[in-house]
Every structure is written in C-alpha cells, then in structure tokens.
Design a protein around this ligand. Structure first.
Ligand code: MD3
Ligand code: FE
Length: 204
C-alpha cells in the first residue's frame, strides 16, 4: 500500500517485490562489474556503508570531497556499469505513482549495510537539480530510517524500511536531513546478513 510520509514523499510498501528475482539478478550483475568498496569521507573517516554505482554518473567521496563522476576510480577510471533497464523502469514507475512522471535517473547509488553499519544524518546536496526527486529501494535486513527536517536539529520521524519497500522523496522534502540507524544483526532469506539500498537520482 502507498503511505504519504511527507508533502513530497510517498512510501510504496513492497513495490519492488513483484519483480524481486529479476531485480536481484540485475543487481548481482552490476556488483560483479563494479564491486562494493568503503570510501573515505573528506574528514578522513571510512564509511561503515560500502558503496558502488551504476548509470552515467556514480557518487564518490574521498579526502577531496563528495561528487559525482563518470569513471570508477577503483577500476582504472572505467565507466560505471550501465543502469539495467529493469531498475530504471522500476524507479520511473515509482516516481510516476508519486507524482513525478518525468523522472529519468542518470545515477543509481548502491549502499550495502552489514549489521552495525549506519548512515548519520545528512542532506543530499551533490545533485544539480533539487526539483528532481530521489527514489530509494530497500532490500534485505530491515532498517530504521530517520526523516528529519530542513535543519539538522529538527526532530526526526522514524520509519521502518523493509525488503521491497520503495520510497519517492521529492518536492519540499528533497533537502530534509535523513539517516539510517545501525542495522540490527539478522538473516534475510534472500539477502543474508545485509541490507542493500538503491537510490536513483538525477545527478547531472
Ligand atoms: C530523503 N541512503 O545514499 S535512502 C543516501 O538507506 C542515503 O542507504 C539511505 O541517504 C540508505 O544518500 C537512505 C532514502 C533517502 C535518500 C535520499 C533522500 C531519503 C531521502 C533525500 C532527501 C530526503
Ligand atoms: Fe542521503
């Protein structure tokens, strides 16, 4: 079912489950080409989340800062893997359901959380056009998602995101602070002891 969680945001419970097997196969192909790696923040910390990307642009961070690049620094500047059409279509259909029929992502950031991994409160500000939404797909172990306000100190709402949930974040919610609490230990039948989150973006 569809749940409005903000003026510009919709949680589509289980939206990705209809094509679960094809989605996981496409994801495995991307990861085989561009493996997960734990990147350095500009402050010199190693992220607890491991990341990779597909699509024309991939997100990266190192001591020099956060940015989108067309080439994978881990693979001798090879282009990122193409975005599998099945993934792009899933994200576009979710965005359309939430009122963004023109959404055409050029980047998909893939985050892998093992138990204990987390993402601290932050804003997504590295994209060129904040009128474009972000679509997220959650797979594997459940996560407690924190949905804050436009100021870091604003009180955050909490939502449990489970396997197959898709969220469209747009409009007035696009620059809200958000984060993920440490993942609890567990085993997911399809995904094992991990959570994978895909975020589809118009980065360029
Ligand atoms: C709300 N990822 O990669 S996805 C990220 O579960 C990120 O891996 C989290 O935050 C994860 O940047 C959360 C949900 C999400 C993504 C972008 C947003 C929520 C958002 C942008 C604005 C508001
Ligand atoms: Fe984010």
């Amino acid at each position: 079912w569809n749940e409005r969680i903000g003026d510009g945001s919709m949680l589509l419970h289980g939206f990705a489950l209809a094509q679960e097997e094809a989605l996981l196969a496409a994801l495995r192909g991307v990861i085989a080409e561009a493996p997960f790696r734990r990147m350095q923040t500009p402050g010199g910390h190693t992220m607890s989340v491991a990341t990779t990307s597909c699509g024309h642009l991939g997100w990266m961070t190192d001591r020099r800062g956060y940015r989108y690049v067309t080439a994978d620094p881990l693979r001798e500047q090879a282009p990122w893997p193409a975005m599998p059409p099945l993934l792009a279509t899933l994200a576009e259909q979710a965005a359309a359901q939430a009122g963004f029929p023109a959404f055409r992502p050029d980047s998909c950031l893939i985050n892998r959380y093992v138990p204990g991994a987390k993402m601290s409160l932050h804003q997504d500000k590295d994209e060129a056009d904040f009128s474009q939404p972000i679509v997220s797909v959650s797979l594997g172990l459940p996560a407690v998602f924190q949905f804050g306000g436009l100021a870091r100190s604003d009180k955050a709402q909490r939502y449990l995101l489970t396997h197959g949930d898709v969220v469209v974040w747009g409009g007035p919610d696009r620059l809200r602070f958000h984060g993920v609490l440490p993942i609890k230990p567990g085993e997911h039948p399809q995904m094992g002891a991990q959570r994978i989150n895909l975020t589809f973006r118009v980065a360029g």
